[in-house]
Design a protein around this ligand. Structure first.
Ligand code: IMP
Length: 186
C-alpha cells in the first residue's frame, strides 16, 4: 500500500487542535447561557461540519436534538452567483416551533448559507441562528448575520477538521493550508 502522510502536504497550520478545542468550549458555554431553559436543535451541513458538530454538541449541556442536511452547489459561474443549492439530504424531523442553530464549518461567499437560511426559515422554527467555526469575510457576496463565530480567517483555501480539498484532508485534526504543489500547479 502506498504510504502517504497527509500532514506532509500541509505548508502551514493556521489553527491548532488546542485552539479549536478552547474555541469549541467557549462557544458551548455561550450556547448554554443563551439557550438556558430552551431545547436546542442543531442542524449541521455535511460533510465539512461533521467534526465541529460532533465536538460542539458535546460542549453543550442543555438538551439538544440534532439533524443533518447535505447540500451541493451547482457548478458554473452563473449558478454560483445565483446561489442555487441542491438538497442531497433533507432534515429528518420537523423544526416547526423549535429553536434552531445552524452549525457550519466555514462561511465563504455566503451563498450556500443564504439559501439554507431562507429554506429553513420557511419551515417555521421559533428561532434560527447561525454558528460557524470559520469566517472568511473577504469573499462574502451576500450579507449573513453570524450569531456565533469561531475564527475569522484570511482569504486562503484551508483544509482539515472536516474541510477538504478534493474530498481529502478532512481527517486532519487542525486547520491548515496546503503546499502549492498539492494543487498540481506552481
Ligand atoms: P459559500 O457558499 O461560498 O459560503 O461556501 C461554503 C462552502 O464552500 C463550505 O461549506 C465549504 O464546503 C466550501 N469552502 C469554502 N471555503 C473553503 C476552504 O477554504 N476550504 C474548504 N472548503 C471551503
Amino acid at each position: 500500500m502506498h504510504a502517504h502522510d497527509l500532514a506532509a502536504d500541509v505548508a502551514e497550520v493556521l489553527i491548532t487542535e488546542d485552539q479549536i478545542r478552547l474555541k469549541v468550549a467557549e462557544l458551548g458555554a455561550r450556547l448554554n447561557a443563551d439557550y438556558l431553559g430552551h431545547e436546542l436543535t442543531l442542524v449541521s451541513v455535511l460533510k465539512g461540519s461533521l467534526p465541529f458538530m460532533a465536538d460542539l454538541m458535546r460542549a453543550v449541556t442543555i438538551p439538544v436534538t440534532i439533524d443533518l442536511m447535505e447540500v451541493s452547489s451547482y457548478g458554473g459561474l452563473a449558478t454560483e452567483t445565483s446561489g442555487l443549492v441542491r438538497i442531497l439530504k433533507d432534515l429528518s424531523s420537523s423544526i416547526e416551533g423549535r429553536d434552531v442553530l445552524i452549525v457550519e464549518d466555514i462561511i465563504d461567499t455566503g451563498l450556500t448559507l443564504n439559501y439554507l437560511v431562507r429554506y429553513l426559515r420557511g419551515k417555521g422554527p421559533s428561532s434560527l441562528r447561525i454558528c460557524t467555526l470559520l469566517d472568511k469575510p473577504a469573499r462574502r457576496l451576500v450579507e449573513i448575520p453570524i450569531d456565533y463565530r469561531g475564527f475569522e480567517i484570511p482569504d486562503r483555501f484551508v483544509v482539515g477538521y472536516g474541510l477538504d480539498y478534493d474530498e481529502r484532508y478532512r481527517n486532519l485534526p487542525y486547520i491548515g493550508v496546503l503546499r502549492p504543489e498539492v494543487y498540481g500547479g506552481t
